[in-house]
Write a protein that binds this ligand. Structure first.
Ligand code: NAD
Length: 481
């Protein structure tokens, strides 16, 4: 049961402990039991991490892209080979069912490392011909030392989604996991070393928000990539601005799913389930505002109720369980509070609403209106708000009436409408007739308050490199005097 790591931090290629930092108890959400203790990084630990990252970055950037790629590809293989143990650890860290973690977390981390490992050798600039034999060439240089700050819902994936492109481009990374889920990233650090990364290239330091804030404002950090809530994003973005640091902000959402009368009902119900209840609703891109066109609403709700009978709650380590607890007691209380506000605000509780330990049953509200709190604020729990609409224009207008813009989906059999609606939705990622698929090949990130920059895909290369232009003159210099 205990999952005590060798030490709290992984710095300069080895575990490092400093028990004078704030104590952080690690709780297994499946039972509420304490499974480990780690300590928040002290200034000495932060210094050691940043200094070793700066050193390692120089050695690493001097390698060829192919050489860097080989290390990432090896790390991907090691993660795949260790998938079971890493998945169990992910379940201990987050409480997500093993049934999910076995296929979603280490797997997705390995895919990111393999993808960017493969890409590393082709990160190049361009040749730009000019008049009279002059030309410009560009190179994509590493940014330097990057800080990654993670949320608690996907600790392995977030560590890898930040490390893979950062390292492929020749940067070093200091990663601070969420204080709720400190365990998984340490294993990724071990694996990076085993794969051949130089000591200090990938450091993990623990801590609460104050450690994240220190990283975001330290002048030795050249880029900050945050996965977290919008309020945290605003703070990190503004302190990064003081030093003109590069940023990637992967923030929250309140994403809409538009289901039209002509939709395939099984696909629409499946999408709404995936987009609300996977990882017990603790997914940034969740489609928590489900707009159902009036003609299909009764059939949609009937089928949703039927399929919710397939929910299996219980010990997340039991592979038959497909729905787990919230990450913490606090998060369970927050979600419970939203359910109470939903009922007090006049919405109809159609399914769920109950709590057992840290687990909140999959909850569906109907008769939800746009102005209700449960339709406006990110809940980050298994609470689906069903709203209805009549016309495409109305559905789109209401779907877009939010400060967020992370994701959105449309379910329809009308091909032209699918593309038209996707084009009009204000979101960084849209799905047509599916939900929440985020393959490493596709850019992922938000518009509006949901973020800046993109993770995954070739796009991420632009966010982990800076371009240098070199003008080469073929003739003499034409000066006025
Ligand atoms: P959070 O914002 O509370 O914390 C995120 C991280 O930021 C943690 O590591 C935390 O310690 C750190 N932090 C807190 N205050 C800080 C500060 N002032 N300066 C620097 N760092 C600070 O978010 P959370 O509750 O851990 O995660 C849930 C949120 O993350 C949700 O809003 C969710 O939508 C979002 N999220 C977004 C994505 C995405 O890719 N867009 C993915 C997962 C989660």
């Amino acid at each position: 049961m205990m999952q005590q790591p060798i030490a709290s931090h992984f710095v300069d290629g080895a575990y490092l402990e400093d028990t004078s930092g704030t104590k952080i108890d690690v709780i297994y959400p499946g039972t509420g039991a304490k499974i480990a203790t780690v300590y928040s990084a002290t200034p000495a630990v932060i210094d050691a991490a940043l200094n070793s990252a700066a050193r390692a970055q120089k050695t690493w950037a001097a390698l060829s892209g192919t050489q860097r790629g080989q290390v990432l590809l090896r790390a991907a293989e090691l993660i795949r080979a260790d998938n079971y143990a890493l998945s169990v650890l992910e379940t201990y860290d987050t409480g997500k069912p093993l049934q999910e973690t076995l296929v979603a977390d280490a797997t997705s981390g390995a895919e990111a490392l393999a993808y960017f490992g493969g890409l590393a050798a082709s990160i190049t600039g361009e040749y730009i011909p000019l008049a009279d034999g002059d030309f410009v060439y560009t190179s994509r240089e590493p940014i330097g030392v990057c800080a990654g700050i993670g949320a608690w819902n996907y600790p392995t994936q977030i560590a890898c989604w930040k490390a893979a492109p950062a390292l492929a481009c020749g940067n070093a990374l200091v990663f601070k996991p969420s204080e709720m889920t400190p365990l998984c990233a340490l294993k990724i650090a071990e694996i990076m070393m085993e794969a051949g990364a130089p000591a200090g290239l990938f450091n993990v330091i623990q801590g609460l928000g104050d450690v994240g804030a220190t990283l975001a404002s330290d002048s030795r950090v050249d880029k900050v990539s945050l996965t977290g809530s919008v309020p945290t994003g605003r703070k990190v973005y503004s302190s990064a601005a003081a030093h003109m640091k590069h940023v990637t902000m992967e923030l929250g959402g309140k994403s809409p799913i538009l289901i039209f009368d002509d939709a395939d009902i099984e696909a629409a119900v499946g999408g709404a389930i995936l987009g609300n209840f996977y990882s017990s609703g603790q997914v940034c891109s969740n489609g928590t505002r489900v707009f159902v066109q009036k003609g299909i609403k009764d059939a949609f709700l009937a089928r949703l109720k039927e399929r919710l009978k397939g929910v299996v709650m219980g010990d997340p380590l039991d592979e038959a369980v497909n729905f787990g607890p919230m990450v913490s007691e606090r998060q369970a209380e927050i979600v419970e509070g939203y359910i109470a506000r939903g009922m007090a605000g006049g919405a109809t509780l159609f399914a769920g609403g109950s709590r057992n330990g840290f687990t909140i049953a999959p909850t569906v509200f109907t008769d939800v209106t746009d102005d209700m709190v449960i339709a406006k604020e990110e809940i980050f729990g298994p609470v689906m708000a069903v709203l209805d609409f009549e016309t495409e224009e109305e559905g789109l207008r209401r779907a877009n009436a939010t400060e967020f813009g992370l994701s959105a989906a449309v379910f329809t059999r009308d091909l032209a409408r699918g593309h038209r609606v996707a084009a009009a939705l204000e979101a960084g990622t849209c799905w047509i007739n599916t939900y929440n698929l985020a393959p490493v090949e596709a850019p992922f990130g938000g518009v509006k308050a949901s973020g800046v920059g993109r993770e995954n895909s070739k796009e991420a290369i632009h966010h982990y490199t800076q371009v240098k232009s070199v003008y080469v003159a073929a003739g003499g210099v034409d000066a006025p005097y």
